[in-house]
Every structure is written in structure tokens, then in C-alpha cells.
Design a protein around this ligand. Sequence first.
Ligand code: PHE
Length: 508
Amino acid sequence: MEDENTIRLLNKADKQVLRSLEKGDKFSDELELSTGLERSAVINSGRKMLSLDLVKMDGITGEEILLTELGKKYLSEGLPEYRVFEFIKRNGSVEYRQIFSDIGMEKDEISAAIGYLKKYSIIIDRGGKLTTDKDKEKQIYGRNSMLSQIKEGKSIDEGSADDLFKRGILERMSKLREKFSITSAGNRVINNKEFNVDLVDVLSSENIKEWEGLKFREYSRNPEILNSLSGKLNVKTMFSSFIKDVMVSMGFKEMHSNYVESVFWNFDVMMFRQDHPDRDIQDTVHLLGGEGKIPNDVLSKVKKIYETGFRLSKYNESTGYQREFDESKCNSLIMRGHTTATTFRYIYDVISKNKDQPVKLFSVDKSFRNETMDSTHLLELYQIEGVVYGDNLTVADLIGYIKQFYSKIGIEKIRLKPTYNPYTEPSLEIQAFSPKLKRWIEVGNSGVFRPETLLPFGITKNVVAWGFGMERMLNLKLEMADIRDLYGAYTDIDLLRDLESAKIFSEI
Ligand code: PHE
């Protein structure tokens, strides 16, 4: 293509990116800083100019330092050494005993903190009494602020953070970074006088009136470029339909449902305690206004069992929570936090109405969590939900279904671990080994529904169920370390395009 024609395709952001690359190669995050553009704009421009041969891109795997769960806890509370330091400073001169009894931290944490503070003489032991060294204050504050620096993606002095890795507060993860550089064609284009002519990018009611005098940016009709932009099925869409095929091959029927759900079907019906950390398992996205309709008969039975339990026989009884159940909260609307809400709607609509009929149901659908996105967490995730109703089902059946499913998907290395859900007993967490992350990661959760959750529907047989996270499963199949690689600006577009390289299918 003639350089002039190429230039006519460039918008303001593209030009900014190119100008910045003229000064030197840059990673996408450096381009964000140098141009002031958002990450998505930088990546879009980068990719567009890549197809125009104006820039080159290399994927460079580097390391990223992240806070572990413990690290996140300390981010809000302060590092133990920081808290102990503050405590001693506040109290002037303190005996060891006082720290252990008054500070409200775990013994091990306090010992590690004192160890650190003594090692660097930040605190001084004078005959069993501890005081702080004022001159070292900066050192301990600086150390504590490392956590927020990491949270913000800033770099830290790794040398002084060695023990934070050892103590499981920080971890290293591999990260793909995209490095852009300008090509000779790019250099030519930038030195062409046409490059500095401002083209109109956006039509407005003002500029359209005088369109004849204006120069507009052009859209490409070049088949090569159009082809590189044309749509294909996303690997996630393909994977979800593959999973649906697997479920159908195992004799399951699909459930259909909505994203918006009332608190009742998401929590209450499953005996999540009201005003209780039980509900924090899912950071819920609440909606303002509107209310859900709840069948009265079920609501009053749920209330009764919640408050006082039930007694079917000497060996099959429950006291309930012995607390009042507040119905006024049940109708509020939320974005459902798990597809088990749908399972319970089907328990009501289908199973409770045909109690003699064994049935196996599934859904592959979206759930929403108000979480911080990281390498294993998304705000919107697909869950593979399964539920089996029949005679004499036991945990062994549940385990059988789980193993069969994962093996059909082509994931063999899984293990089960007891866990807690308010609505199942026993409950089993499913973990799979990620060769990429070199550790076991949680990929699902399952259990046998507690009788308290089924009796409001008049169901006395066992019901086994599970929810698997689809994205984590897909990442395992694709051998990707970071769940974000498939979504948003950092997706690997070639991988998404190249269906054959997506090793997601196996024989059903
Ligand atoms: N709802 C659970 C989750 O979101 C999964 C689950 C479903 C667990 C059914 C037990 C039974 O993790």
C-alpha cells in the first residue's frame, strides 16, 4: 500500500503510539504511560499497525510479583512487623507478654514480627522491655508500603523482600508482556508530511455541516486487513458448546435461567445464614430497585426450617439456626453469584413436581462476583452446574460423576478435598493440577444437598450436585497460567483465532 494510503487509515491514538515508538521500543504498559491512552486503546492501535506492518510485536514472558491471599490480608491490616512496631511505639516501653496478650494477632505472626524487628535493630530489648528506634521508623513504614506498591503494579526492591516471599506474603507469577517496536515502514510513514495532517476521526453535528472542507480518516477495504479483523467463534464459546455436548452425552438435560436473581433463590433457599459471613463466600453484586416474586408456600417452609429445623426421625433431625428469619430481605435483586440458584428453581419447578421421576440436569452459564480480578479470578465466570436426583444416591455417585466428567474433558489429574458449603453436607472441593502454575488449583465445588434445603420442597431423597468453573478448566486445557489471557485487552488474539491450536476438544 502507498504510504499516503496507509496514513489515511491512522487515527489519533495510532499516531500517538507510533510517535512514541519512534523514540524507542516499548512494552504496552510503557506505551500507556507515554501516550496517556488506555490499555485497550494502546493494544488496539498496536494490533492495527501490526497488520499494516508499521510496528513489530514480540511477546516476552517476564515475571510479575503478586500479593498472595495472606499478602492481601496484610495489605489491609498492615504487616505483622509494622503492627508490632506501631504497638510498641504507641506504648513506649512494652514487655513481650503484653504484645502477645493485647495486640490480637496470631502467636506465630508476632514471633516472626519480633524476629524481624530485632534482626534489623528496629526495636531494642532493654532487660526484657522493648522500645522502638525512632531512626528506623522510615525503614518499617517503607517495608509496609511495599504491599500497596505491588498492588498498584509498581516495582519494588526485591532484595529486601526476600523473606516476604518465604513467608508466603508475595509470590512470583509468569506474565506475558507485549513489546512493540517501529518498523522501517513505520519510520517512513512518520516522516511523510501527510502524517502530521490532522484527519477528522469522529463526526459531530458541527463538523458535518462543513464536511466538504475537511479531511476524514479512511476505513480500510483491504481484504487482507479485513480478513485479519473478521469474526470467528471465540474459543470460550466453542468450549462451552463442547461441554454441553459432554453433559448431554452423560444423559443430562439443560436448565435455562436468568442472570438477575432474587436473594431468596441465591441464598435463603440454600440456608445461607442471613447477616452472616456465610454470604461473603460470594462477593455479591447488588442491584438497586425491583423485586423478585417468591412462591409463598416455599418461603414459609424455608423460614420454618431455618428457625426451628425439622424432625423426620430420631436420626434425621435438625434444630435449624434458632434465629429469626427475616422475609423482608428475600425479594431484593442481585446478579446471581452461582448457578446453584438455577438448580433450586428447577428443584422447585421440575423435581418437586415429579418426585418419582429420576432426573439429571445441567447448565453452562454465567455467574457474577464482585471480586478483584487476578490470575485465577474473574468478575463474570461461567459455571458448569450439574444436579442428579434419583434413588439411593450417595457421595460415591457424586465422585463418580465428577471423575467421569473431568476425564471426558481430558483432565485426569484431579483430587477432592472436604470443604464447607452452607447447603451441602458433605461438601467436596475439586482441585486440578496446573502444570503451568505448578500447583493444585480449585476448579470446582460439590456436595450432597442438606435435608434442610430440600424439605421445603417435600424432597426426602438425596440430591447430589456440583459447580465447576469453566474458565479455569479452559485455562488448564490451553496450558495458560493466567485466566485473564483469554479476556480483555491482553488476550492472545492469534490463539483465539487459530482454532486448531486450541487443544480443547477430546473424544466424548
Ligand atoms: N455453588 C457452588 C459454587 O459456586 C458449587 C456447588 C454447586 C457446590 C452445587 C455444591 C453443590 O462454588
